[in-house]
Design a protein around this ligand. Sequence first.
Ligand code: NAD
Ligand code: GLY
Length: 375
Amino acid sequence: MDGGGGPTDRVRVELGARSYDILIGAGVIDRAGTLVGPLLRRDRVLVVTDETVARLWGGRFEAALAAADIAAETITVPAGEVTKSFAWLERLCAACLDRGLERGDLIVALGGGVVGDLAGFAAAILLRGVRFVQVPTTLLAQVDSGVGGKTAIDMPQGKNLVGAFHQPSLVIADTATLDTLPPRQLRAGYAEVVKYGLIRDRDLFAWLETGGPALLGGDAAARGRAIGESCRAKAAIVAADEREAGERALLNLGHTFGHAFEAAHGYGDRLLHGEAIAVGMVLAFALSVRLGLCPADDAARMRAHLAAAGLPVELSAIAGADWTADRLIALMQADKKVAGGRLTFVLARGIGDAVVMGEVDTAAVRDLLDDALRR
Ligand code: NAD
Ligand code: GLY
């Protein structure tokens, strides 16, 4: 199949009656009207976006809808993680209701993971649930947050602590939107691409060692391949374990650490989600080596690759002056991944072989964090 600007890849997320497609390609948002049209019960959609994406891509997206005679009412929220809050959720819900949202209507989330998580959660709870379409415009959202149906807002106690599983009806991932993404944001999204290699695909990781620089440099073929492979990996895991009863937890590699780092910084641009996850994955591999699970060479190799991609790999490089191991552990205890008061970590037996561990000794985690904060 060909899109506006080139070939379109189609990945299916198999979830029975709630199955949906992820369409990936350069220029695919120009076909948004014909893609979204069949899902509509009346010729209008509510588009939720942020100020930056509205300026860069909002007009083109609305034009694509208009070409199919679909009216768009656009609701714009501020850019950045602070928007994933109760206050903005309430404002967004009110704005949708003020615009006469009906049960059969469709909400479109046009933007990065913040817009996707916020608008997706609003869609999950408005009128007890309306359908929504993800149009992810960051690398992170195209390979991770735009797919799989996790929606949430953050709380002062921790990341994503209030939310719902609510699958989109369609995902439209236009790889050309990444042309305007700042390099730091591109690198942050790249951390989640590397994650798929680290979890269960050593060959993908090996390809990223050579293909990663091209992807980060804007090479369209490398980008398309990485996004397609990431979506296939995520679609398979979500299809097997939608509600995270088991293997979906593997997608949280680096996240027990990373979410604590984000909470400790109070959410914002100082530390991006993908940067927190990069350091978190390095620590998860370091812990795996200390626990005798993982060869030290694999930990060194994944660390070197993340560093070469320009991502932070040292905890001391991202830490606030007042961070201590105990404070970070307390934040980890508030995370969703705690069961029976015990911390759950995704560890690794090597690159491409991640494993969920529910019985990790807190003393080992404290020692690791103490050492990492001192470096
Ligand atoms: P983001 O949504 O904040 O986007 C990053 C920045 O890039 C924002 O300033 C945004 O305005 C800007 N931007 C977006 N698209 C752009 C474009 N094409 N050109 C220029 N600028 C653009 O952040 P993100 O990294 O996309 O997402 C991070 C969020 O995703 C976090 O809240 C994280 O918790 C969440 N997340 C959710 C899941 C999930 O499964 N639901 C998975 C991973 C991450
Ligand atoms: N990003 C983790 C998940 O979707 O499960």
